[in-house]
Design a protein around this ligand. Sequence first.
Ligand SMILES: [Zn+2]
Length: 268
Amino acid sequence: MSRTAFNRRFADDAACAAHLFEKRWPNGFVCPTCRSQKAWALETKPFTYECTACHRQTSVTAGTIFHRSKVALTTWFQAIYAIASHSNGISALQLQAQLGLGSYKTAWLMLQKLRRAMVDPDRSLLEDLVEVDASDIPFRTKSDPIAGGQGRSPVGKLHIIGAIELSPDGLPRRIRLAPLADFTAASIGGFVTSAVTPGATLLSDGFSSYRGLAGFFHRRKIVGSMAAHVLLPWIHRVFANFKRWALGTYHGVRKPHLRRYLDEFVFR
Ligand SMILES: [Zn+2]
């Protein structure tokens, strides 16, 4: 949809609310408490319906990131359009300019909320054959452009871990990425069990933290001095692309927001 068509379709808050109503109740209103299908639209509260049976009041925005926001629905919708149409992502500064927002902080908070909403927390676990590996990325502090420690030093580096599901012919299907606190078996195991179905086959570098994970089959791919990027090609390509994308779009990664950047990258 072109920007003009989008702005015409969602010209005011009522049009945005009607869209949310349609998504939420495609077959008409249903009370979340008593399942009654009859309700009055309240005149005193915008886009809120009161069930005629149990009198519960339900807003079309309940349970969404728009709920109780001071930002108008039209502005939220335009932000979503802006994010979706910038293939490499959009910065808070760009969003502020494009939407004509008075405050940088508002633009920044909207972006954070939208990034979170992009990832469905109920998505299913990876199956079959799964490449898994960890990596370090340099992070940005307030003052320096890029802080990067040398060698194994943890200073200025963030750990990330990723898993990628492969089809039977070895092509990538789905990705999961997350921040990693450290390289202990507990941290690595926590990620693997939250991302991968028990019984799947893990392709790893054979690091003991992976081998110790019960409930998975293990296929160790790294032998001797062969480089990880040769034997686990897909997950290493993902790490490289993430670093390049974060540098290009956000001019580096800031530590507190790592998870959201990872979520947005996986979404894209
Ligand atoms: Zn009811």
